[in-house]
Design a protein around this ligand. Structure first.
Ligand code: GTP
Ligand code: MG
Length: 197
């Protein structure tokens, strides 16, 4: 699936400008700077497909990437802190919520959580919204290269316990790193299973 072509095809600054739905769509959501765009690049094996930055607030629109004509990846703006105007952040947050609630071909949301920090209040707010809208999601821990093995185990257990009572949560938590590629094959396999369904 990820061995073929991967191309940017659309950017949507607002709900009115979403591209038409086709095939299976998955979205990458998470706080600013958690590593969403880097993960899109790691998955597709392309270093500059999605634009990344040290500064939170890099991705400012919903960016749609076509994977071999069968899958659409959506790189979302981050929620929470961003070094940009309040009004802009409020507009994205509304766009994110509306998109996540209303996109009919959205098969799963990959909720990215920084493995060093775990869940923040703003993450649980988003998860509450997904549970309420019955949108299925899977937790992906990012920047796993920054943690020791014992810290990874503790974090994973803690996250698994926190999602165990959430109705729309996919039970498996994936630990990834876009730096050293750990967890990327497992994430690709999880996505491939969605397409096969
Ligand atoms: P916004 O678009 O601003 O919401 O950010 P984002 O979630 O798309 O994050 P992005 O991919 O732009 O990465 C943010 C920062 O985290 C960059 O400095 C990346 O180099 C760094 N980063 C991303 N993935 C990893 C990782 O797996 N390990 C480490 N150590 N750093 C990472
Ligand atoms: Mg980004």
């Amino acid at each position: 699936l990820f061995a073929g072509s991967a191309d940017f095809f659309s950017a949507a600054p607002s709900l009115g400008s979403l591209p038409p739905m086709k095939g299976v769509e998955i979205a990458f959501a998470g706080r600013s700077n958690v590593g969403k765009s880097s993960l899109v690049n790691a998955l597709t094996g392309r270093t500059t497909l999605a634009r990344t930055s040290h500064t939170p607030g890099r991705t400012q629109q919903l960016n749609f990437f076509d994977i071999g004509g069968r899958l659409t990846l959506v790189d979302m703006p981050g929620y929470g802190f961003a070094a940009v105007e309040k009004a802009k952040v409020a507009a994205w947050t509304e766009l994110i919520h509306a998109y996540l609630r209303g996109r009919a071909n959205l098969s799963r949301v990959f909720m990215l959580i920084d493995s060093r920090h775990g869940f923040k209040a703003i993450d649980t707010d988003i998860l509450d919204g997904l549970d309420k809208a019955a949108v299925s999601y899977q937790i992906v821990l990012t920047k796993g290269d920054e943690l020791k093995k014992s810290e990874i185990e503790a974090r994973t257990h803690n996250i698994e316990a926190a999602i165990s009572r959430r109705p729309a949560a996919y039970p498996e938590v994936l630990l990834t790193s876009s730096r050293d590629s750990r967890g990327i094959p497992e994430l690709r396999a999880s996505i491939a299973r969605l397409i096969a369904e």
